[in-house]
Design a protein around this ligand. Structure first.
Ligand SMILES: O=C(O)CCC(=O)C(=O)O
Ligand SMILES: [Fe+2]
Length: 335
């Protein structure tokens, strides 16, 4: 097992409140934009939404039951897709030299949600209505934040972030369950989740256990994001970073096992809100992309960054250079 540096906690992440954002509180809206500009990551206090808090608990139980099944049963849900179905451990490159990733996942796409039918074949199939409820709520929350950001940035018409997510065109939005095995049972060659920025627009992450690290602009080093009860973690992805003219920060993060803290399997739930496939943008080198091209190129890089021209850079959204955060142009402007 590679040695893991002493944890540095990220205590400086801003905290936003779901109820205040829903009420379109002007101060909270300003805080949201500042958080997306300066840190790209923030805590979202969900404690005002008892239904969501209940869903989170229930989802954890459901996903534990799912992952406990034998590998060959879970493989019945494998579809060789990056947005739907089961993926075993080791599909992608891991965080340390010569390692593969150390997590398994199950994804349900928004396309399945909108069609009202998930292509699940195993025991989990009868949980589909609950999974769809969770996705609906996660979608409402993330889209509401897109609205608040657009308002605060004074965007109108087709420049507003909501319009990038229109249901008329396909998107690769999905809900993912992730399981990282407990520290004791990790094999040295499949570990954690490699450094990356998220492909989509906003990620709503439900994780009660340690392991998530960000490349902190404050500490200029890897910092653990401390799990906080009743709080989700939200982060900006590349599909808001580039289309916002890089004013919103898509920050590099990863997951690594924590020796004295990961005594149990680690479970996280991520809602990956993504823009529609044809959304155009220009990257930091001036190259033009559509969201779908970026997505496909980046997923290839997840699997083998060394074999792709600029794979490393695509992986980290061109935000990082040798584990040092490249100071982007965000964070300096006033809201
Ligand atoms: O499992 C986690 O806490 C984070 C996962 C993640 O960063 C991702 O899947 O993009
Ligand atoms: Fe991520």
């Amino acid at each position: 097992m590679p040695s893991i540096e002493k944890p540095v906690l990220s205590s400086s992440l801003p905290t936003l409140h779901l109820d205040l954002l829903l009420a379109a509180d002007l101060n909270e809206r300003r805080k949201l934009l500042n958080a997306c500009r300066s840190h790209g990551f923030f805590y979202l206090d969900l404690s005002s939404d008892l239904q969501m808090m209940g869903y989170w608990e229930q989802m954890l139980e459901t996903m534990k039951d799912y992952f406990e099944q034998p590998l060959e049963v879970k493989m019945e849900d494998a579809r060789g897709s990056d947005n739907t179905g089961y993926e075993p451990m080791g599909t992608e490159v891991g965080p340390f030299g010569m390692t593969r990733d150390g997590y398994e996942s199950l994804k349900v796409s928004r396309r399945e949600h909108l069609q009202g039918h998930a292509e699940l074949t195993t025991s989990i199939r009868d949980k589909t209505p609950f999974i769809f409820d969770f996705m609906r709520k996660s979608h409402e929350i993330t889209m509401m934040m897109c609205e608040r950001l657009s308002d605060e940035m004074g965007l109108s018409g087709s420049d507003r972030f909501e319009s990038f997510h229109s249901t008329e065109s396909p998107t690769l939005t999905n809900l993912a369950w992730l399981r990282y095995p407990k520290y004791d049972s990790i094999s040295p060659d499949t570990v954690g989740h490699n450094k990356h920025t998220d492909i989509g627009s906003l990620t709503l992450l439900f994780a009660k256990q340690w392991g998530l690290q960000i490349l902190s602009p404050d500490a200029k080093t890897w910092a653990f994001v401390k799990p906080r009860p009743g709080h989700a973690v939200v982060n900006v992805g590349d599909s808001l970073h580039f289309p916002s003219g890089r004013r919103l920060a898509s920050v590099v993060h990863r997951v690594i096992p924590v020796a004295d803290k990961q005594m149990e399997d680690r479970y996280s739930i991520a809602y990956f809100l993504r823009v529609h496939d044809l959304t155009p943008w220009v990257d930091s080198t001036g190259k033009e992309w559509t969201a779908k091209e970026w997505h496909d190129f980046k997923f290839d890089a997840f699997r083998s960054p060394d074999t792709k021209e600029n794979g490393e850079q695509v992986l980290t959204g061109m935000m990082e250079d040798g584990d040092i955060l490249r100071r982007p142009c965000w964070g300096t402007e006033e809201a």
